[in-house]
Design a binder for this molecule. Structure first.
Ligand SMILES: *Cc1c(COP(=O)(O)O)cnc(C)c1O
Length: 431
């Protein structure tokens, strides 16, 4: 069965009666007019739809727990929405912990993860009742035990391990290979377990955690990961595995991400085989998708400004955003698909390169794309910007971060306000 992460566009995108792109029942050109551009637009039906795909796909394994990886997009409104679908959260900083807490998330369903959590962050996590902490290294085992002792608490933990699985994705988003900055090597687990048993008595170990990478298209590696995790928990007498996230999405027509239903089938099948093979009780299974939950639901609207034709070269068309609201093309050579919101049906195609407005030659959003001839004032809709766009946004060139709106049933509401010039200087002090 197909799942929503296999779509290029949000579920509700269509061309309306006046020939404009519509999303969530809202005219995208009217949204751009009302809220300004650049504008992040999130479609509620698409977010809920993929959450339901995940729940449906894993319904045959009763001990499954869905966690959304907040780093893909962390705002109070989206956290509240995802929590209402029954998901917990994977968080990696005090800021993410605080955001989901303020959004009303059930903190017992939150896992705190990361390779260099500070004393203060660990302290906040324990105070706010975070359900699990995934301990990344020996240094952190000692630190967390100290924090837990100071609060007179026993903390429930997982050990983050490096399973030694290579996946074919960009090297910056590979995390499961052996030479990685994340997690314990498999050969170090026994020492960590001994330390917890003998010295770190304020820690209670439940299981193992791994995450093999991001934008993964190859489903079989999840089976390999399950095998390694189950083999280890069986040996250690533990009863939880967290397999991380990583399922890919469709940024361009050439991308063929797997269906969540197919991935779930592989995971559950292999898990059941391993339960039998290693003769253990079915462990609790935690899954932490980030990108595949939120990416497809988001689009960014930009206004077209200047353009230039390089003699015998490319035609560049500049928009009013770029690498500060979407750093992925300049950081990962990520590709995107766009449509002209105010004339999606126009046929006068030409090949252009969509440039950002920032002072870096690498600030190119889409290279060599066929689009209807663009004019100043046109609204460009870039698809699949829900994940790792706003969450990686910066104020480079002192440009305020865009607003974000949530759309559903012809209704739009602001969930992140546009930064103002005063916001930009609000932390500055004249000496
Ligand atoms: C980044 C990350 C995720 C989410 O990855 P996606 O590719 O966005 O699904 C899940 N778990 C951990 C530990 C991560 O670091």
């Amino acid at each position: 069965m197909e799942s929503i992460n296999q779509n290029l566009k949000p579920l509700t995108v269509k061309i309306n009666d006046i020939g404009n792109l519509e999303i969530g029942g809202c005219d995208s050109v009217a949204l751009a007019e009302k809220y300004g551009t650049p504008l992040y637009v999130m479609d509620e039906d698409t977010i809920r739809g993929i959450c339901r795909d995940y729940k449906q796909a894993f319904k045959n394994y009763s001990k499954v727990n869905m966690m959304y990886a907040s780093k893909a997009l962390c705002t109070m409104a989206t956290a509240k929405l995802i929590a209402s679908e029954g998901f917990g959260f994977d968080v990696v900083s005090a800021g993410e912990i605080y955001t989901v807490y303020k959004a009303g998330a059930d903190m017992s369903k939150v896992l705190f993860n990361g390779n260099n959590k500070s004393y203060d962050e660990l302290s906040l996590a324990i105070e706010l009742g975070v359900g699990r902490i995934s301990v990344d290294n020996f240094f952190e085992l000692a630190l967390l035990n100290e924090v837990a002792k100071a609060q007179n608490k026993t903390v429930d933990i997982l050990l983050r391990i490096t399973p030694g699985i290579e996946c074919h994705t960009h090297e910056y988003i590979q995390t499961g290979h052996l030479d990685s900055k994340f997690g314990f090597d498999l050969t170090q687990i026994d020492e960590a377990v001994e330390l917890i048993k003998n010295d770190y008595t304020n820690l209670r170990l439940h299981g193992l955690h791994a995450h093999i990478g991001s934008q993964i298209f190859e489903t079989s590696i999840y089976g390999d990961e399950i095998e390694i995790l189950v083999k280890e928990i069986a040996r250690l007498g533990l009863n939880e595995i967290n397999i991380g996230g990583g399922i890919g999405v469709k940024y361009t027509e050439n991308d063929c991400p797997p269906s969540v239903y197919d991935v779930a089938e592989i995971i559950i099948k292999r898990l059941n085989e391993c339960i039998e093979k290693y003769n253990i009780e079915p462990p609790a299974l935690f899954i932490e998708p980030g990108r595949s939950i939120i990416s497809t639901a988001g689009v960014t609207l930009y206004t077209v400004g200047s353009s230039k034709q390089v003699p015998n070269g490319r035609k560049y068309v500049a928009v009013d955003g770029g690498m500060s609201d979407n750093v992925r093309p300049s950081m990962y050579q990520a590709e995107y698909t766009a449509q002209v919101a105010n004339k999606p049906d126009a046929k006068n195609f030409e090949k252009v390169t969509i440039a950002g407005r920032f002072c870096e030659s690498g600030d190119i959003l889409i290279k060599d794309v066929e689009l209807p001839e663009l004019e100043e004032g046109d609204i460009l809709c870039v698809y699949n910007t829900g994940a790792y766009n706003y969450s990686m946004a910066s104020n480079y060139n002192r440009v305020p971060k865009p607003a974000m709106v949530l759309v559903k049933n012809s209704h739009s509401c602001i969930i992140v306000t546009r930064e103002t010039l005063d916001d930009l200087i609000s932390h500055d002090r004249l000496n």
